[in-house]
Write a protein that binds this ligand. Structure first.
Ligand code: SAH
Length: 399
């Protein structure tokens, strides 16, 4: 089997699992993209087993500290372990696990579950799979068999339409059914609403599962409040706030299908939400100009940056959003703001909010920090596994 000699000082020696091309001193053998390779240090000591792809900047991703092949048993073991963790979460009292139902959760999350590039989301009796590394993509039949063995779903859907597959030299537009049959639109009861989740054509794998606990946390602030949910997708925050007794709810998203799904769910449940299919930057500007005021504003934009290169312009965009939102908050109003890019750290998010508050002539206090739901676990040695950060801020003074 081929092996890669990893230079000392590589992040691998600090518990990370990625090996960049620049961190490889030598390649023994001729591994093909998607192969399993052994990692060794410059003194020939073993460092574990990794998946290889020279087409990616990350040429190897370690998936085991031992000699290990990517065989059927391995997938069954790793998926079983990941699934057991999600089942435990259902009984957890931790805030980031509140209300987790293992029938609607991320079952496998890539590096955090020792399966680099594999994502599996469960939506009731359906599973949605993404294989974002070449090695996982090559082994879809093994993965499908293992998922059927461990979870026995009715249907397994493939959502390999993520642009990040391009970084591995793979087709970024593959969707379909991997096994089973039947409906790929799921109706999920989230009283008082029924969510309609389109597994083949919705965004991501259907829903933003990582935000589900935060919908509840923010809705706790909603009774009696005038709420604005910007970047609402299907209105996760808007629906929860309306159900919790908000005085009014406005929800903005640029995606017509997402808003259609949200507005259908609201209509069925008799919840009153004003939906706006708009660019949120334009809509916020217009609302502000008109003198609208809110008591609770949610900002949950997509990751505007995929890399460090575009970070500065992304940060300017974030700041503009915060400035407009803060200006529209009434006395004592709250802003729940999220960033889903691992490139924007906690301090950066705070700094943006702080600078925007000064420009908006508001003092704010930090009421709460929010993060990704616990079914998207964070591996401390792999900082990239922490990506969703949220702050709940409260206006204490206007000047
Ligand atoms: N808040 C949602 C998740 C939002 S994800 C939840 O909790 O479920 C980000 C959303 O921003 C997506 O639904 C996407 O359609 C939307 N979006 C992207 N760019 C936008 C823009 N410029 N204006 C408004 N919405 C935008």
């Amino acid at each position: 089997m081929a092996s890669l000699v990893v230079r000392s000082r590589a992040r691998l020696f600090h518990g990370h699992c990625w090996v960049y091309g620049t961190e490889v001193a030598h390649v023994h053998g001729e591994p093909a993209p998607g192969d399993v390779v052994r990692l060794i240090d410059q003194r020939n000591r073993p460092l574990g087993s990794a998946i290889f792809n020279p087409q990616s900047q990350i040429v190897a991703r370690r998936f085991s500290f031992r000699r290990q092949d990517l065989d059927a048993d391995f997938f069954v073991r790793r998926i079983t372990r990941a699934w057991q963790y999600r089942q435990q979460l259902a009984d957890s009292a931790a805030p980031n696990a509140a209300g987790i139902d293992p029938r609607l959760c991320r079952v496998v999350w890539s590096e955090s579950d020792g399966l680099p590039g594999l994502i599996v989301d469960r939506y009731d009796d359906a599973l949605v799979v993404q294989t974002l590394t070449r090695a996982m993509d090559d082994r879809k039949p093994l993965i499908t068999a293992a998922l059927n063995e461990v979870l026995a779903p009715r249907v397994i859907v493939e959502r390999n339409d993520s642009p990040i597959r391009k970084a591995e030299g793979m087709d970024p537009a593959v969707t379909g059914i991997l096994s089973g049959e039947g409906a790929t639109v799921i109706e999920w009861p989230a009283p008082p609403v029924t969510l309609r989740i389109d597994l083949l054509d919705g965004q991501k794998t259907g829903l933003y599962l990582d935000q589900l606990t935060n919908h509840r946390a923010v809705a706790a602030l909603a009774p009696g409040a005038r709420v604005l949910d910007a970047f609402c997708h299907q209105g996760g925050f808007a629906l929860a706030c309306a159900a919790a007794g908000a005085a009014s709810v406005d929800a903005i998203d640029s995606s017509q299908p997402a808003v259609d799904a949200g507005s259908a769910a609201a209509g069925d449940a008799g919840l009153d939400i004003r939906w706006h299919v708009r660019n949120a930057f334009d809509a916020l500007k217009e609302f502000e100009k008109r003198g609208d005021q809110f008591d609770l504003i949610v900002l949950d934009p997509p990751s505007f940056t995929k890399g460090k290169g575009s970070l500065q312009s992304a940060l300017r965009g974030y700041k503009e959003l915060h400035l407009r939102a803060l200006k529209m908050l009434a006395a004592g109003g709250r802003l729940a703001t999220f960033s889903c890019s691992h490139h924007v750290g906690w301090q950066e998010l705070r700094d943006i909010a702080a600078a925007a508050a000064v420009d908006a002539r508001r003092s704010v206090r930090l009421r709460q920090t929010l993060g990704q739901r616990a079914d998207h676990p964070i591996d401390l040695a792999i900082p990239e596994t922490e990506y969703l950060r949220g702050l709940v801020l409260e206006v204490t003074a206007s000047w």
